[in-house]
Design a protein. Structure first.
Ligand SMILES: [Mg+2]
Length: 429
């Protein structure tokens, strides 16, 4: 073994990152969201970076994993996935991730969500040590830049009174005109030319009107709508019929593979998902029933960049499209998404990213979108550098929090404004 590549230290830094009041089917984003930054340090002095969810369950798994990694090689990535990680199956079974926005929670998905940050950090460290970009370690890029979509949200102008928060400069968007104005800002600021609206917030007819307004404002440009499973099968079919001429795809209109299969059979719009196919075990039923036509991968919960490529290969074999899902994330994850997306030949849809919504980052330089694309870095590893002062500042915020914001809970955030709010029973409409 090359001793230079031996892990001598792993640093875990939970942070709280400012997040605008973005609305979804479960509630609203909290003013700060938890993320975990992983640093893997080698004997040769390379430090690899990774990022994942920062809620307590993830942190508790990351700590023993960090201990087990010391003394191993950063090239030993397959073995990483065989390390023992105790998860209380009873506690996680049946619970939903982030209020249900990422499908059914399982012990495996929790494990993979933590392992993925370590996998990315090991690949970054390898790349830095060898002087190669991560995409080269995955077989090399097939494109120079990765296209992203503008991720539109219904949102308030500010978080509710009493919540300390620096106001964002996006303004409110609560109707079709507001959504179109937001889309124009995305196009102006970043050059995005495909648009995704997060739905499931208002009754479907209002969201249909918003998509029609977008189609009028951006004729012929790809549009998507994602209500996170808030609709019944009949509602999904009705919306699909009304938007058939303007949608690139409809994302998770309804919950579960059987219901998605029913919608897919009855409408001409392709269905995409990051909720009913979120693990390898869920692929078989969904593909055999033709329930989904596009799978939105997410390297965090699929278990890293190599698993993302495995998923893409399976999708290719079944003629199913592939693109990428996003939760609130920072630049380390955007760099990782871009490196792996650059290597996937059958990625034919713009990827999702929350990054433009994040005014804060832990990098020395923000990653730029030009013409809606992120250029694939040729620098070693992920090609990004940690800003230690910013990391320390965001970690201090996490340390000083009384524990309320350390768990992402969109329903709890909604109750600050609407005390009677309960997570809606799905399908809501
Ligand atoms: Mg989605």
């Amino acid at each position: 073994m090359n001793r230079e590549l031996t892990v001598v230290d792993v640093r875990l830094t939970p942070v709280l990152v400012a997040d605008p009041p973005l609305l979804n089917a479960q509630g609203v984003h909290q003013p700060y969201t938890p993320r975990l930054i992983v640093e893997v340090v080698t004997a040769g002095g390379a430090t690899g970076l990774g990022e994942t969810y920062g809620d307590t369950d993830y942190l508790e798994l990351a700590r023993p994993l960090a201990e087990q990694l010391v003394g191993r090689s950063v090239t030993d990535v397959n073995a990483l996935f065989g390390l023992g990680l105790d998860v209380d199956e009873e506690r996680v079974r049946g619970a939903l991730d982030a209020g249900g926005l990422r499908g059914v929670r399982s012990a495996d998905k929790l494990r993979l969500s933590v392992l993925s940050a370590f996998e990315v950090a090991c690949l970054d460290a390898q790349g830095r040590a060898l002087g190669l970009p991560v995409h080269a370690l995955l077989g090399g890029r097939v494109r120079d830049a990765v296209e992203y979509s503008a991720y539109l949200f219904y949102k308030w102008g500010a978080h509710p009174d009493g919540v300390p928060y620096e106001p964002d400069d996006w303004g409110a968007a609560l109707d079709p005109a507001g959504i179109v104005a937001q889309a124009r800002l995305f196009a102006e600021r970043y050059g995005f030319s495909s648009f995704k609206l997060k739905g499931g917030v208002f009754p479907p007819e209002q969201e249909v009107a918003a998509v029609h307004a977008l189609a009028e404002a951006f004729p012929g440009q790809p549009l998507r709508l994602d209500p996170n499973g808030a609709w019944s099968v009949p509602t999904s079919l009705k919306v699909a019929a009304e938007l058939a001429d303007v949608l690139e795809y409809l994302e998770d209109p309804t919950l579960g593979t059987p219901a998605m299969a029913e919608v897919a059979a009855g409408c001409g719009v392709p269905l995409a998902t990051n909720m009913c196919v979120t693990t390898f075990g869920e692929i078989r039923e969904a593909f055999l029933r033709d329930a989904v036509q596009v799978v939105l991968s997410d390297h965090h919960y699929w278990g890293g960049l190599r698993n993302t490529r495995h998923l893409a290969a399976i999708c290719a074999a079944f003629g199913v499209g592939v693109s990428m899902h996003s939760n609130t994330h920072l630049g380390i994850s955007l760099a990782a998404m871009t490196q792996v997306a650059a290597t996937v030949p059958n990625l034919h849809h713009a990827c999702d990213s929350h990054y433009p919504w994040q005014s804060e980052d832990v990098l020395t330089e923000r990653i730029e979108f030009r013409d809606g694309r992120v250029a694939v870095s040729e620098r070693p590893g992920l090609g990004v550098e940690l800003d230690r002062d910013e990391l320390a500042r965001l970690h201090r915020r996490w340390t000083e929090d009384d524990g309320r914001l350390r768990e992402r809970d969109d329903a709890a955030a909604m109750r600050v404004a609407e005390p009677g709010w309960r997570t809606p029973v799905m399908p809501r409409w």
